[in-house]
Design a protein around this ligand. Sequence first.
Ligand code: ADP
Ligand code: MG
Length: 696
Amino acid sequence: MDSQGILNQSVASLKGIGGQTVGRLEKLAIRQIRDLIFHLPLRYEDRTRVQAINELTPGSVALICAKVVSSSILNRGRRTLVCQISDETGYLGLRFFHFTAKQYNSLSSGTLISCFGEIKDGYSGHEMIHPEYKVIQQIDDCITKDTLSAIYPLTEGLRQSSIRKAVEQALTLYNNAPDSLPDLLPAAVLRKFQYPTLIDALNTLHTPAPGISLDTLVNYPNPALKRLAFEEFVAHQLSQLQRKSADKHWQAPVLECSKQQARQFLASLSFKLTNAQQRVIAEITTDCASNSPMLRLIQGDVGSGKTVVSAYAALLALSSQYQVAIMAPTELLAEQHLRNFSVWFKCFDTHIIFLTGQLKGKKRQQALEAIADGSAGIIIGTHALFQDAVVFARLGLIIIDEQHRFGVNQRMALRDKGQHKNNKPHQLIMTATPIPRTLAMLNYADLDISIIDELPPGRIPVVTRAISAQRRSEVIAKINNWIQQGRQSYWVCTLIEESEALQCEAAEKTAAHLVEILPEVRIGLVHGRMKAADKDQVMQAFKKHQLDLLVATTVIEVGVDVPNAGLMIIENPERLGLSQLHQLRGRVGRGSDDSFCLLMYQSPLSKTAGERLNILRETSDGFIIAEKDLELRGPGEMMGTRQTGQMQFKIASLENDIDLLDQVDIAVNLIQQNYPENIQPLVERWLGSTTKYAEV
Ligand code: ADP
Ligand code: MG
C-alpha cells in the first residue's frame, strides 16, 4: 500500500480493535485510521511528578505518595471506607463507597501508597474520592510517567485504554510514513505565524514530550492546537471560495432593462433613492448584466430601504422576460413584500403569485400552474417556495429576505430549483443583521457583499431609554397619553426561554392586564402561536389604525411597517441580544415624527447588562451594535443558534479562535495563488469527502 493510503484504512485493521469497538468508534465519527489522529484529547493527566499534599488545589488531579494514618468504615447512611493519609507536608482524606474487605485490610495504618485522583473539598479538608491507588514498599516505587497522559472523549462502552491504544497505533503508522498525512499549510505560512508543522502539532497533542508541563499544554494559546484550528478555518474559507469559483462555470441569464423602463420605475416611487441605494443598485445592475450568476448579500440597517433595491433587481429580470422568486422568513413579511411589489409593479403587466403553506386546494394548484407555465412573473412566498411541486418556468432571479433565518443549504436549494440546463438564476440576499466582517469572511466568503450604510433622509433617531419595571405604571401612563394624541404603540414581551408557548402566555397576560387598566385603548395581540390568517388580521387592523396598541412577542422582529407607531416598550430587554433589540427597535422611527423605545428592565440590572443597554441608547448604527454584540457575547450567541448551526467545527471554535481570522485571510490568499493543489485536500480533510462540487 502506498504511504498516502495507510491512514485511509478502516480502524478495524488496527490490532485489538474488534467489531464492537469499531461500532463504538463509529459513534464518534471515527472510521478511518486518520480520524483517530484528529480525535484530540479532551484533557491530560499529569503523572509525571509526585505532588506534595500541601500544594494540592481542589479541582486539580494529582499523583501523591503517602502513608496511611488511619482507616475505618463508617456506617452512617452509606457504608464508606474512609482513610487519612499523610506525607511530610500534610493530611489528605480518601473516601471509597465500593470496597472489598481485602481492600480495607490492605489500607491499614502505616501502609505506604501511591494514589492518583481529583482533589475535592471535603468536610474536613481536601480529599480524593475513589482514587486509583497502589500499595508500595518504598517511596521510590511510586511510578511516575515520562509524559502527560492524554484523556480522550469517549462514547458509551468505549474504554479509555482501548482508544488510547488505537491512537498510539495510528500515530506510529503516521510517524513511520509522514507523507500519509501531508502538511497542507505552506511552510511560509507556518513560519510567518510561528506554527508547528502538522506532524509536530499532532504528536504534541497526543503524546506531549517529556518536560512539557500541563500548564503549557492547556493554557491558551497552545500553538499546536491553534495551528489545527487555524487549518480548519482556512479549509472552511477555501471551501466557500471553491463554491464561489464553481459558480463561474455556470451560465446565468443576462438581465437588463431599458433606460426608459428604469426611469418609469423610479418615477413611480414616492421618494428619491439614497446615494447608498443607488450605489448598490449599480452593483446589482453590473452583476445581472453578466452571464455568470450573481450571488450578492445586501446588508443594510432596518429601515435602510433594502426592499426597493431588490425590486429594482426584479425589474431587470421582468424586463428580460424572466421570473423572480422572493422568499421571506415569515408570512407577515412576505405579505408586506406582496403589498410593496404590487404597488411598484402595477404598471408592469405581470401576474404576482403569493405562495405560502396556507395556500391549499384549487388556489394552490392554480398558483403552481402559473409558476410552471411562466404566466406568473413575480412569485412571493415563504419556505413553501422550496416545495417539490413548485416548478419554475424561467426563473432568472431569487431574492431572499432576512438571510440569517435561512441556512446556506436552503439558500443553495432554492437556486438549484431554478437551475435550467447549465443556467442558474441570479441570487440576491438581504439582511438587516449586520455580520461583523470577521464572521462574514468565514461564513459568507462565497458571497459578494453590498452595504447600504445610509438611512433615507428625514428619519429622526429613535430616542431610547432604559427604565426599571418598577416604574411600570408611569410607562402605562405614557402610553395612554401617547395614544390620546392619535399615535400608536407596540408592547413587546420577551422571555429568556426560546419556548414559544411561554412567550405567548406572557403576551396574553400582559394584553389582558392592559385591557383592564386602559379600557379606552384599542388593544390587539399577536404571537407566534396564532394562525397566520388571524395574525395577519390583527396586523392589518393595526396598520389601518383600528388598533392603538399592539402587544406582541418577538414575532414582530421582522415585520410590518407602521409609520404612525412611534413608541415601543420592550419588556426584559436584558434577556435579548443587542442585535435583536436593535431589530425590534427598527419597527419604530419609520415615520418623520419623534419616536421612542423604552427598555423596561427588571431591577437590579447587572453591570454588564446595564452597559449593553447603554450601547443601544448611544448608537443607532446596526454595524456598531453588531460589533459590540460580538465583543460582549461572543459569536455563538450573537449569531443565534440558527446561524451557528451552520458553522460546526471539529477543533476550532468561534469563541476561542476568532482572533485567527485575519491570519486565515492571508493564508487563504497565499494558498490560492501558490498552492492551488492543496485546496481540495484541505477541504476534504476538514469538511469531509462528502463535500461535493459536482457543479464544477
Ligand atoms: P428594510 O431595509 O428594513 O427592509 P424597507 O425596505 O422596508 O427597509 O424600507 C423602510 C421604509 O422606507 C419603507 O416604507 C420604504 O418605502 C421607505 N423607503 C425606502 N427607501 C426610501 C428612500 N430613499 N426615501 C424615503 N423612504 C424610503
Ligand atoms: Mg426588510
